[in-house]
Design a protein around this ligand. Structure first.
Ligand SMILES: [Zn+2]
Length: 139
């Protein structure tokens, strides 16, 4: 017969007796993840635990690091070369297709806002559903 290495424990949430391997006889407290999840509802993680987690994740590798003067010069030069060849795509386009020239320009912002709100409302949705459910019957 196979020897049973498991130990019986009682779940702290649902009081069901469950079996765990011996190495968990002191740490196991719940029969499953569901019961563990139920047990932590409304409890707050201790600050020490939070600190531990933050420390484990750590800072981003480049936090507080600065480029050396040489690197900054390189970066600056490369940008200069880039813009000496081609100007920025939006250079001289100030005011182009903006304001009233834009195709979505509306004189009456209040009206469109009200219309949007109405279209997103529940009564509109209900009306649509009834209307479109009736159409096949009409045809
Ligand atoms: Zn349980």
């Amino acid at each position: 017969m196979k020897k049973d290495f498991k130990v019986e424990k009682t779940c702290e949430t649902c009081n069901i007796i469950f079996k765990v391997h011996r190495y968990r006889k002191d740490t196991a407290r719940f029969c499953g993840h569901k019961c563990y999840a139920k047990s932590i509802i409304g409890t707050k993680q201790p600050q020490s635990q939070i600190n531990k987690r933050v420390k484990a994740i750590g800072d981003p590798w480049n936090k507080g690091k600065k480029h050396s003067a040489e690197t900054l010069k390189k970066l600056s030069d490369s940008q200069k070369i880039r813009f000496s060849k081609e100007p920025a795509w939006n250079k001289g386009l100030k005011g182009f297709m903006s304001g009233e020239q834009h195709y979505l320009w509306s004189d009456n912002k209040t009206y469109s806002a009200r219309y949007q709100r109405l279209k997103n409302s529940l009564s509109w949705k209900e009306w649509r559903q009834t209307y479109y459910s009736l159409i096949p019957n009409i045809i």
